[in-house]
Design a protein around this ligand. Structure first.
Ligand code: DGL
Length: 266
């Protein structure tokens, strides 16, 4: 048994979709969550800036006694996971690898779509991993810059006309490519699942990167003792609005206040 906490970080509060999955599959675990709400979004920034931010996020989390760190952010995982891993001894898990394993298991026609932020898609990390798993796989990737702001504005329900229009604009090419599996390669996209499912149809499996990372972590980590785990939340800006947004991503009230971190000092 290992009662040390699991650290989780993201560019903002979207990574709480991964915490939601960790709560579901590993309810005994203690979790320390950091959301860089003062510097979100990461998705449109340069690789260099993403690396600097990720280093500070990890440095903050490492103040705690952790058994692993989960990078919930698709943008960080796809661009700088290798650097972050090589600089640290604590086990670090990104979302790309577990998500690709799940997608390869799911696909029947070997045609997989990937959606994410600009940085994630520019990195080509998902395609590269999928091709190492099966060189014959056919992939199509596209960035969907309006999805994050839509979700943050609460506009993710499938009957929302604006959301429908944006989903159609981004996903038509992917649907026409004939994918049977679509990777939701960004923390915010699980909230758009119903809208994306309505457009893509029942025959396309949607793979949630946070959920796959959570399942992956459960497989290789020494579990905590039985009993309800505790989660602490830290943000780099405006802890007062944390509750309102946290519930949207977590699917339940956080139940505790978030604490403010001066992340630039790390
Ligand atoms: N957390 C980011 C990701 O999963 C989305 C938001 C951002 O651009 O920072 O890629």
């Amino acid at each position: 048994m290992d009662n040390r906490a699991i650290g989780v970080f993201d560019s903002g509060l979207g990574g709480l979709t991964a915490v939601r999955q960790l709560h579901r599959v590993m309810p005994n675990e203690n979790i320390i969550y950091f959301g860089d709400t003062g510097r979100v979004p990461y998705g449109s920034r340069s690789r260099r800036t993403v690396l600097n931010y990720a280093r500070q996020d990890v440095a903050f989390l490492k103040q705690h006694n952790l058994k692993a760190i989960v990078i919930a952010c698709g943008t960080v995982s796809s661009q700088v996971l290798g650097d972050i891993k090589s600089e640290n001894t604590v086990p670090i898990v990104g979302v790309v690898e577990p998500t690709c394993y799940a997608a390869m298991q799911e696909t029947r026609n070997n045609r997989i779509g990937i959606i994410g932020t600009k940085g994630t898609i520019r990195s080509g990390a998902y395609e590269a991993k999928l091709h190492t798993l099966d060189p014959s796989v056919h992939t199509i990737a596209r960035h969907c810059p309006l999805f994050v702001p839509l979700v943050e504005a609460g506009r993710f329900l499938p009957d929302d006309k604006v959301t429908q229009l944006v989903v159609e604009e981004y996903l038509t090419e992917i649907r026409d490519f004939g994918v049977d599996t679509l990777i939701l390669g960004c923390t915010h996209y699980p909230l758009l699942r119903d809208a994306i499912h309505a457009f893509m149809g029942d025959d396309v499996a949607l793979i949630d990167s946070g959920a796959e990372a959570a399942k992956y972590v459960r497989r290789f980590l020494e579990p905590a003792q039985s009993g309800q785990g505790h989660t602490e939340y830290y943000v780099s800006d405006d802890p007062d609005s944390f509750d309102e947004y946290a519930e949207m991503f977590l699917g339940e009230p956080a139940g505790v206040r978030a604490q403010l971190v001066d992340i630039a000092s790390y």
